[in-house]
Design a protein around this ligand. Structure first.
Ligand code: IVH
Length: 705
């Protein structure tokens, strides 16, 4: 008995040591990734350590401590947030908008301090949410939002889910002051642009309203009563200020404070600079303004802070703004204009997309005449009336949005807008699926939908029919020549009718008919993508083509078959299943076969190993010799993953012609890029066989699991 107890104790001691080791590994991984920006631990190693730790803690709950990295997720949902009083008020910042404003601010600083130069730190002004984190004996005890500056909400459970926020402080070493008994740190919680795009994709997939910008998405994510939801959002954190701390321990300068915070384990906003002169400060502000669009997070200005703590105290504050700091706000990307009218565009899935037509206004050097309104709810949320004065915002590469109605400028001439209850094109009933934000036209042969569907089917990435653009499609539909996508392949029987149309000379017509004929043998993935199934983009179409040999086989799939496809979510699977169950679609698929559409066979599923296993790619811009869909399929077949957004973990960014912001982001994040010849060389080499583990063409495909 005694012996067994000893064994158990030895065992528990061993486990404790292992737990400590695993926690140290995980913490080191986070520290290197978020703070040093220099990971030496692979994702797989980090995941393995986390899995092992979770398994041990599950088997031995006594070993769980609140600062264990496993405790970042899974706290129980709250009924409401408690209120926290800030030990020191969280101030806001005064703004200046140009160099003159900055010089005026500095003049006041010089006057009060009696100096003619003052050292300043310039930091990016991150567009997120301010939070205050309190550490007692080096452990995170409370995390709060700014609230009204005096009291905020206790969002500790949610903040704990953010991996960039340390749960325990590190000993700084290096001659720096040790971990203090009590420390309040302030900083910004934000969503990287890449994370924002991913969240909105998910929102759209679930039919939920989209977030207007990363800031709103970050706020919405942090103020979730269920920490599980926050945990699933890729929130980040930068520390920018030491808050409340024992007076004797207050760092002598802000620059020292930043160095100390970094050594304690906090991620800092990048590229902060210590400037000796005001010219340098202004230069730095302009530097940030130029880099703005290339960053993976949104900034709306630069913050200038007097460096010496003694001078900060001397300067003090007015109202709720410190005199020792100022924000240089970038020129507005907002403009004010009048809403003229709203038009509805019916998409290929039948979705009714409201579009605002505005009196043209210059915003950041671009004339804006239209803005997206997303859906009916958005119009209601804004309380938008026709003729209203509105604030329009343009950010990066997204479509301008109406962010606010200036209700105070109403003069009574504004008119209520009624969202259509019937399709503006065909007059059919409009349906709104419960729980979804979009309304849909219920008529599958609605000409507006049909035109969009045909244009999509003929487009690049799908059947790629040269010479068949949106205008020509509209012309043919209006002439009664096309009732569905399969009718394209019957057009050769209507050559005379085509020739009778405007701008359809013999040569045009025959070229077009040839292009249509040539598209019959396009790969299955493109045909599936071309069908325009809701939620099935190029990527999901590739997955389906990897699993099924033909459209007919796809149509016979059960819901279980579809859910089982790796990388497929329940919503996508359901959508594909519903599409295939619809009699009309089954008839269309039979008709496509009857008119001679014979896609190249589906590819074997992407192997989980292969010469490019574990490598992640992002494709941007146009490639000459292959479409993005083809490039994706070939990369996936070699074991690579292909993602939509560039992150620090992206291995290669393939940059084609007219590449947009992704290429800029790749440069900003210093990710390696490949041009088309380099991509082709890489594919040729990886596909060339000889690499151990790569399947030869006649081997049985390895099902990915
Ligand atoms: S310092 C007294 N530094 O800007 C110092 N604020 O308008 C107050 N912000 O609520 C804050 N980046 O949310 C500071 N590097 C930075 C910042 C920053 C963003 C935000 C913060 C604050 C707001 C003030």
């Amino acid at each position: 008995m005694g012996e067994r107890l000893d064994d158990q104790i030895a065992d528990v001691d061993g486990l404790r040591r292992r737990v400590a080791e695993l926690r140290a590994t995980i913490d080191r991984g986070n520290y290197e990734y978020y703070i040093l920006d220099n990971p030496t631990l692979s994702d797989a190693e980090w995941d393995a350590a986390m899995r092992e730790l979770r398994a041990i803690e599950e088997a031995h709950p006594v070993l769980v401590t609140p600062d264990s990295p496993t405790q970042r997720v899974g706290a129980t949902p709250l009924g409401a947030f408690a209120t926290v009083t800030h030990p020191l008020p969280m101030l806001s910042l005064g703004n200046v908008f140009d160099e003159a404003g900055l010089r005026e601010w500095a003049a006041r600083v010089y006057k009060i301090t009696g100096r003619d130069a003052v050292e300043c730190v310039v930091e990016p002004k991150i567009d997120g949410l301010a939070v205050a984190l309190t550490y007692e004996e080096g452990r995170l005890t409370v995390g709060a939002t700014r609230g009204d500056g005096f009291t905020g909400e206790d969002v500790t459970q949610n903040l704990r889910t953010i991996r960039a926020i340390p749960l325990r402080l590190r000993e700084p070493g290096d001659g720096l002051p040790p971990v203090p008994p009590r420390l309040e740190v302030r900083g910004e919680v934000f969503l990287p642009r890449s994370g924002f795009a991913a969240i909105n994709e998910k929102q759209a997939e679930a039919g939920k309203p989209l977030y207007a910008n990363p800031r709103n998405a970050a706020a919405g994510s942090l103020r979730q009563l269920d920490p599980g939801i926050t945990a699933a959002r890729p929130l980040r954190f930068f520390a920018y200020q030491v808050g409340s701390i024992e007076r004797a321990l207050t760092p002598r300068a802000h620059w020292d404070a930043l160095r100390w915070l970094k050594a304690l384990g906090f991620p800092l906003s990048p590229d902060s600079a210590l400037c000796a002169t005001l010219d340098e400060v202004w230069e730095r502000c302009r530097w940030w303004q130029e880099r703005r669009d290339a960053l993976d997070f949104e900034i709306d200005g630069a913050v200038v802070k007097v460096n010496q703590t003694g001078l900060q105290e001397e300067l003090g504050q007015v109202a709720r703004e410190p005199r020792w700091a100022i924000a240089y706000k970038f020129p507005a990307v907002q403009g004010v204009t009048r809403l003229d009218h709203i038009e509805i565009n019916v998409g290929r899935t039948g979705a009714l997309n409201p579009l605002a037509f505005l009196d043209p206004v210059q915003i950041g050097g671009v004339t804006v005449g239209r803005a997206t309104l997303h859906n009916e709810d958005q119009i209601r949320r804004l309380d938008l009336k026709l003729g209203d004065w509105v604030v329009v915002e343009r950010r990066g590469d997204v479509i301008p949005q109406i962010v606010k109605v200036l209700a105070e400028r109403r003069d009574g001439s504004e008119r209520e807008y009624h969202f259509p209850t019937s399709c503006p094109t065909c007059g059919s009933t409009v349906e709104r699926v419960a729980g979804e934000a979009m309304s849909y036209c219920t008529n599958a042969s609605c000409p507006a939908q049909l035109k969009e569907r045909l244009a999509h089917f003929a487009g690049r990435g799908a059947m790629d029919i040269e010479g068949l653009g949106a205008e020509r499609v509209a012309q043919f539909v209006d002439a009664g020549l096309l009732g569905d996508v399969a009718d394209l392949y019957l057009l050769h029987e209507r050559r005379d009718a085509l020739l009778a149309l405007e701008r359809m000379a013999e040569k045009n017509t025959d070229n077009l008919l040839r292009a249509i004929e040539a598209s019959k043998g396009r790969p299955l993935a493109r045909l599936i993508f071309g069908l325009g199934i809701r939620h099935v983009g190029e990527r999901n179409a590739g997955l389906l083509a990897g699993r099924f040999a033909s459209l007919e086989e796809l149509c016979r799939a059960s819901l279980e078959d579809l859910v089982a496809i790796p990388g497929f979510g329940a919503i996508v699977a359901q959508s594909v299943y519903d599409f295939c169950q619809e009699g009309r679609n089954q008839a269309l698929i039979a008709k496509l076969a009857a008119v001679g559409v014979r896609p190249e066979g589906g590819r074997p599923p992407a192997p989980t190993d292969g010469p490019l296993a574990g490598k992640s790619f992002v494709l941007t811009g146009r490639l000459d010799s292959l479409t993005r869909g083809e490039a994706t399929a070939r990369l996936q077949a070699l074991g690579a993953t292909v993602a939509a957004t560039v992150t620090k973990k992206t291995d290669y960014v393939v940059v084609g012609e007219d590449a947009g912001s992704k290429a800029e982001r790749a440069a900003a994040l210093k990710r390696p890029t490949l041009d088309e010849p380099a991509l082709l060389a890489l594919l040729a080499e990886a596909e060339g066989g000889g690499t151990p583990g790569a399947a030869s063409p006649d081997e049985e495909p390895v099902p990915a699991s």
